[in-house]
Design a protein around this ligand. Structure first.
Ligand SMILES: [Fe+2]
Ligand SMILES: [Fe+2]
Length: 249
């Protein structure tokens, strides 16, 4: 059985309220009695993508569990690479595969520099194809990226979702290894399907998106942060729990 703790959208920018919410989430996740297979953080880790913000992200996103990240539309590739990953700076998409015993995590870059909507470019899809082809049929692969590839029925959000998603759907349909697609960006917990697989969206750590039929401003910074727990059992059934993490704010 695989248990994943999935958080997203910390938007760290030096402000204490955001840092405290992120600390609260990580403290909760890091002190779970377990077992936890991995912790996932699906983008918008920094708010403006400055080097200083990535120093903050690097110190905040620390866990005794394996912790894997991917960029979002608020992230910037060059400082993400150099500060967060400790790699040579470069401009291409930041795609990383992590192979654990019994599960593979393909962390894809769906960001488009300078834009808020998302796209998996040809380089990223070719990379994902190679990752899936190199994974044996019995090993589940979690395909993770920032922008949900389906409408979530928030007009604001649907404008800036992943576009060109048919190309990804065609790829996923060729590989039964894909156990689920995991995203962030929405700042609201959501569950759907994509290419016949479970699609799960983590709630936002920094804020909560209000839906069109709810009261209030578009983003609510007062509701407490939340995370998702995804459980994949031996029959490849994915069950998701959502957990709110209360605190002083
Ligand atoms: Fe975000
Ligand atoms: Fe985003």
């Amino acid at each position: 059985m695989i248990v994943l703790a999935h958080l997203s959208d910390t938007h760290l920018d030096g402000r204490e309220q955001r840092a405290e919410r992120t600390r609260r989430v990580l403290d909760y996740v890091n002190t779970l009695p377990g077992p936890v297979t991995a912790v996932l953080a699906t983008g918008d880790l920094a708010d403006h993508g400055t080097h200083t913000e990535y120093e903050e992200v690097r110190k905040a996103l620390i866990s005794p569990h394996p912790l894997f990240t991917c960029p979002g539309n608020h992230d910037k590739r060059e400082p993400y690479r150099s500060v967060l990953l400790g790699e040579q700076a470069g401009g291409g998409p930041i795609n990383r595969v992590h192979r654990l015993d019994g599960a593979v995590f393909a962390m894809c870059d769906s960001s488009i520099p300078g834009r808020d909507d998302g796209f998996l470019d040809d380089e990223t899809l070719a990379w994902l194809d190679d990752v899936l082809a190199a994974t044996d049929a019995d090993t589940p692969v979690f395909v993770c990226f920032h922008h949900p590839p389906v409408r979530l029925y928030s007009p604001y959000l649907d404008e800036i979702r992943l576009h060109g998603e048919d190309r990804l759907a065609m790829l996923i349909r060729r590989y039964p290894q894909v156990a689920a697609v995991l995203c962030g960006h929405a700042h609201t917990a959501a569950a759907s399907t994509f290419a016949g697989r479970p699609l799960r969206v983590a709630p936002g750590v920094v804020s909560t998106l209000k839906l069109p039929w709810e009261h209030g401003d578009l983003l609510d910074y007062d509701q407490p942060p939340a995370i998702a727990f995804h459980v994949l059992d031996d029959e490849r059934r994915l069950t998701t729990h959502y957990r709110v993490i209360p605190g002083s704010r």
